[in-house]
Unconditional design. Structure first.
Ligand code: FES
Length: 154
C-alpha cells in the first residue's frame, strides 16, 4: 500500500528546513509517540518575545520530518504568543494535505513545539524569580551594621 503524499510533503521530507540543534537553547523539548516509536527534539532561541531561531532533530517517518520542517519554517520570526496558537490543522493545510494515517505526525510536531515553548517560559519565570530574590536592599542597614556604627561613635 502506497500513501498519497503531496509534492510539498515530499519536498520537505527530502530537503527539510531548520534541521539540526542549537547550543544553549532558550527552550528545548523531546517528544515521542509510544505507538509508532517516532521522536522529535525541538530547540528554540527567543529574543524580545520572538522566536528568532528554531531547529529540530527527527528520529521518525517522512511525515514526522516534513511536518516539523514546515512548522519550524512557519513559526520562525513569530512571537511566542502567536506560535502557541499554531495548530496541527494548519500544518496539514500548509502541506496541502496528509494521509489520514499520518495526521498524528503533525499533532506530535505541534505538541513538541509547545513543550519547547513551555520550557522557555518556565526558565523565564525562574530567572525573574531569582532576580527578585537577589535584588540588593538599598539604604537599609542591617541590625549588625547599626550596632557596629553605634560602637564606633563611642
Ligand atoms: Fe508516528 Fe510519523 S508515524 S510520527
Amino acid at each position: 500500500m502506497a500513501l498519497d503524499y503531496t509534492k510539498k510533503t515530499i519536498k520537505h521530507f527530502l530537503k527539510p528546513k531548520n534541521i539540526g540543534s542549537i547550543d544553549n537553547p532558550d527552550g528545548y523539548a523531546k517528544i515521542g509517540n509510544m505507538v509508532c516509536g517516532d521522536q522529535l527534539d525541538f530547540f528554540l532561541k527567543v529574543e524580545k518575545g520572538k522566536i528568532i531561531d528554531v531547529k529540530f532533530l527527527s528520529f521518525g517517518c517522512a511525515s514526522n520530518i516534513a511536518t516539523a520542517s514546515v512548522l519550524t519554517e512557519k513559526v520562525k520570526g513569530m512571537t511566542v504568543a502567536r506560535a502557541k496558537k499554531y495548530d496541527w490543522q494548519k500544518i496539514v493545510e500548509d502541506l496541502g494535505g496528509l494521509p489520514r494515517q499520518k495526521i498524528h505526525c503533525s499533532v506530535m510536531a505541534v505538541q513538541g513545539l509547545k513543550k519547547a515553548i513551555d520550557d522557555y517560559e518556565k526558565h523565564l519565570l525562574q530567572t525573574a524569580r531569582e532576580k527578585k530574590t537577589l535584588k540588593p536592599v538599598k539604604d537599609k542597614k542591617t541590625s549588625v551594621e547599626k550596632n557596629l556604627n553605634s560602637r564606633k561613635r563611642k
